[in-house]
Design a protein around this ligand. Structure first.
Ligand code: AMP
Ligand code: FES
Ligand code: ZN
Ligand code: ZN
Length: 327
């Protein structure tokens, strides 16, 4: 197996590109893919200051490294979700990456700041954990980016994530979510610009990038993910990709090129589950409590805090066992 560029021994084969790369040229390939995505979708301009949401996993840490390498002065944002050991470990990896490289990491801890955590919120509301988790993260990401005057909020969503979300939204024809499924969403009143510069790289590629760049990341998956439909969509697409390399790229980028614009004026359907969809459901008036844009008087985040803050903490294993049982 030889590198497509220099002919040296290759360390990775990318079947969807019908190409193999040595370590050096693979790292360059990753940078080029991200640079191309940023330019094509006008995600960031030179000199802009992004805030990157960092989970401690491979994607967001690879994203941080790539943005810094491309010259963007990028701060990180870590949200402590209170998911037992998993969150403790995640925070550790995010902090270590930042301190090793002299980068700034902003931290928001749900328990300390709002007196709840994700397992307790899930138990109190009776909804799946990812629903409370997604709602809390979206709100806190927006807030931190706007309050910190950042030019954009970046997340480490990769091609596998976006193709899986697209698959789920298409299976249910969730037009309102499909309308918002772009790798860049413009800023609005109270919302930062949101961008996903990793959408051209797969999970396997971001993991390889981390290994080759010496980036230590949290390998474990969230213990509350059992029963999450997103995982099943990813598995289904992985099966297709083995049979037909390039399927995920064609599905996702084909949607962006041929379908996303056509859906702009489609009437929307109402959907109640906001987990894993990337949806932004709140409207244009300021929340009476926190000032974030919302539909009614109080935004969905403040309503979640009202319901869960101060409740008896529920340990993570109770919830993860329950999630497995309902699978
Ligand atoms: P996930 O929803 O866990 O697949 O994560 C998608 C992206 O959201 C990650 O690549 C990060 O950019 C961001 N993210 C997830 N969890 C956190 C967290 N606890 N703190 C900050 N950012 C996060
Ligand atoms: Fe962790 Fe949903 S809460 S995967
Ligand atoms: Zn090479
Ligand atoms: Zn609010």
């Amino acid at each position: 197996m030889k590198c497509r560029v220099c002919g040296d021994g290759a360390v990775i084969d990318l079947r969807r590109h019908n190409a193999n790369f040595c370590a050096d040229h693979f790292v360059r390939y990753c940078r080029q893919q991200v640079e191309r995505t940023i330019d094509q979708f006008e995600m960031l301009s030179p000199g802009e200051r992004p805030l990157l949401a960092v989970s401690g996993g491979k994607d967001s840490l690879a994203m941080w490294d790539l943005l810094v390498e491309l010259g963007y002065d990028t701060d990180g944002l870590y949200v402590g979700l209170g998911i037992g050991d998993y969150s403790d470990q995640a925070g550790h990896y995010a902090r270590r990456f930042a301190s090793d490289r002299g980068l700034r990491l902003v931290e928001v801890d749900l328990r300390q700041r709002y007196d709840y955590d994700i397992p307790t919120a899930a138990a109190t509301t009776g909804r799946v954990p990812c629903s409370a988790c997604g709602l809390s993260k979206r709100h806190l990401f927006d807030r931190a980016a706007v309050d910190g005057n950042y030019d954009a909020l970046v997340t480490g969503h990769n091609l596998d994530d976006e193709a899986a979300v697209l698959y789920g939204n298409t299976l249910r024809w969730q037009v309102d979510y499909l309308q918002r499924q772009r790798p860049v969403l413009p800023a609005g009143r109270g919302f930062p610009r949101k961008v996903k510069p990793l959408v051209r790289l797969t999970e396997r590629e971001t993991a390889a990038y981390c290994v080759l760049r010496g980036i230590d990341y949290l390998v474990d998956e969230c213990p509350m993910a059992a029963g999450n439909k997103h995982v099943a969509y990813k598995e289904a697409l992985n099966g297709l990709e083995v049979q037909s390399p390039g399927s995920k790229t064609e599905f996702y980028f084909g949607f962006l090129a041929r379908m996303a614009d056509r859906l702009e004026d489609e009437p929307t359907n109402d959907s109640s589950d906001t987990s894993d969809t990337g949806a932004r459901r709140d409207g244009p008036t300021p929340c009476g409590r926190c000032g974030s844009p919302c539909d009614g008087e109080i935004c969905s985040f403040c309503r979640l805090v009202d319901r869960t803050a101060g409740a008896e903490p529920v340990p993570v294993h109770v919830l993860s066992t329950r999630a497995k049982a309902t699978r």
